[in-house]
Design a protein around this ligand. Structure first.
Ligand SMILES: NC(=O)C1=CN([C@@H]2O[C@H](COP(=O)(O)OP(=O)(O)OC[C@H]3O[C@@H](n4cnc5c(N)ncnc54)[C@H](O)[C@@H]3O)[C@@H](O)[C@H]2O)C=CC1
Ligand SMILES: O=C(O)CCC(=O)C(=O)O
Length: 412
């Protein structure tokens, strides 16, 4: 049976996990949403299943694993907000098959990551991680050995998207030469140049920085073969995803001295909470800067993300708009003052649209506005009609009975 979910805002349960910015909470409250449950960290999977069963809107960051298994429990779920850039922690296809759009913040922490990486590049080129450790151990090694200016060095960026391009511009302002490699053809900003291929980049870069998403193609894309192709003594930065780099191979290349240093923010296995122990083969290697997945963790970025993703969730919940959803046909909708708005999400099979229109035709109801977007799997139809609440509920019941329907909703 298709899900039917239409109710007042104060009945909508919002579940916010992983310490999402108070700006998001304020946004929900000022829009009239009062049932907001906040958690400072990710929930264990069993607890998550119990909590998500009650939730209409879920907000998470990178730790919560929204698997198909968990989503199967989410019977009331309307939408998911990833309060970050990456959405690899969410089974997007499973969410889509349930008729649940997922929204994220594709730019709000871009600058924070780029700034951190830029700082790390300077630190690595100066050999600061090891010198810092020596001083902590009461050592003193005042020497220029292995210490270099960033000016004139070559930065190789793998994944020239939002973060990669920002980083490239910042690095150029230091006088670095920027080379990049991407699977897509990208407009080179500033004086950046595309490398002939990944090997070409690896052979020429003094620092290699990874900025690709986690996909099947990027999993372990950076292993012993790629590390060996790097210039001896060159540095590696990974602030993308922990699965992209073979961390054991990186540890071996650091121990052998072939890689000069590394800065790593993301790990194949990350602690679930700040009280859990962090383990990595990179622990204890002096010339490695380790950070606890905080590339995007600045107050500025978190506030911006809180506002951006909350606004997208509210717009979908109040207005039906799916603009910038990452797994859903995108519909940008006007306001619907004076009419009831019926939302119909269905599997994209033949006959659904004519079945929808038949319902209104049979009842002699004039449609004020109709919006339709489909992709190969899913159809999303929005219908504005000037009817009363009784009629809109009857219409919704009829719409929900159409074969292939996933979810229906009425917005008043
Ligand atoms: N450490 C942290 O706290 C943060 C980490 N991230 C990670 O950084 C990643 C990149 O973020 P954005 O730049 O905003 O993403 P983006 O989507 O703008 O850029 C990614 C680029 O990688 C390219 N790409 C994809 N597969 C590739 C491959 N196999 N080889 C070469 N290039 C490939 C894409 O074509 C695209 O240009 C995110 O997906 C996320 O996983 C993002 C924000 C914060
Ligand atoms: O801040 C977070 O929890 C995750 C940041 C991140 O990795 C992302 O935005 O993709």
């Amino acid at each position: 049976m298709a899900q039917q979910t239409s109710f007042p805002r104060q009945d909508i349960q919002v579940l916010l996990l992983e310490g999402i910015s108070p700006r998001a909470v304020e946004a929900f409250r000022s829009a009239g949403y009062t049932r907001i449950e906040e958690h400072a960290k990710a929930l264990p999977q069993d607890e998550l299943k119990r909590r998500i069963a009650e939730a209409h809107i879920v907000g998470l960051r990178s730790r919560t694993q929204l698997t198909a298994d968990v989503l199967a429990e989410a019977r009331k779920l309307l939408a998911v907000g990833a309060f970050c850039i990456g959405t690899n922690q969410i089974d997007l296809s499973a969410a889509k098959a349930l008729g649940v759009p997922v929204f994220n913040a594709p730019y709000s922490n871009t600058r924070s990551v780029a700034e951190l990486v830029l700082a790390e590049i300077i630190m690595l080129l100066r050999g600061i991680p090891a010198r810092n450790m020596q001083c902590h151990r009461h050592g003193w090694s005042k020497s220029a050995g292995g210490s270099h200016e960033a000016r004139g060095k070559t930065l190789g960026i793998i994944g020239y998207g939002h973060i990669g391009t920002q980083l490239g511009l910042l690095a150029e302002s230091l006088g670095m030469q920027v080379l990049f490699h991407d699977i897509e053809t990208k407009l080179a900003l500033g004086n950046a140049r595309p490398a002939a291929d990944l090997d070409d980049l690896l052979q020429r870069a003094d620092v290699v920085s990874l900025h690709v998403p986690e996909t099947p193609a990027t999993k372990l894309m950076f292993g012993s073969v790629q590390l060996q192709r790097m210039k001896p003594g060159a540095h590696v930065v990974n602030a993308s995803r922990g699965t992209v780099v073979d961390i054991d191979a990186l540890a071996a290349a650091l121990h052998s001295g072939h890689v000069g240093g590394a800065a790593v923010d993301v790990f194949p296995v990350e602690p679930e909470s700040n009280t859990d122990r962090f383990e990595s083969p990179l622990c204890g290697i002096d010339n490695v800067l380790l950070t606890p997945h905080i590339g995007g963790s600045t107050l500025e970025a978190q506030d911006n993300i809180g506002l951006e993703v909350a606004a997208k969730l509210l717009r979908y919940s109040d207005n039906g708009s799916t603009l910038s959803a990452v797994n859903f046909p995108e519909v940008s909708l006007p306001e619907h003052a004076g009419s009831h708005r019926l939302l119909h999400i269905h599997r994209n099979v033949p006959g659904v649209l004519s079945a929808i229109n038949d319902i209104f035709g049979r009842r002699g109801i004039n449609i004020d506005g109709q919006y339709l977007r489909t992709d190969p799997q899913l159809g999303y139809v929005v219908i504005d009609v000037a009817v009363d609440s009784l009629q809109s509920n009857e219409l919704r019941n009829e719409l929900a009975a159409i074969p292939g329907t996933l979810r229906t909703r009425v917005l008043f």
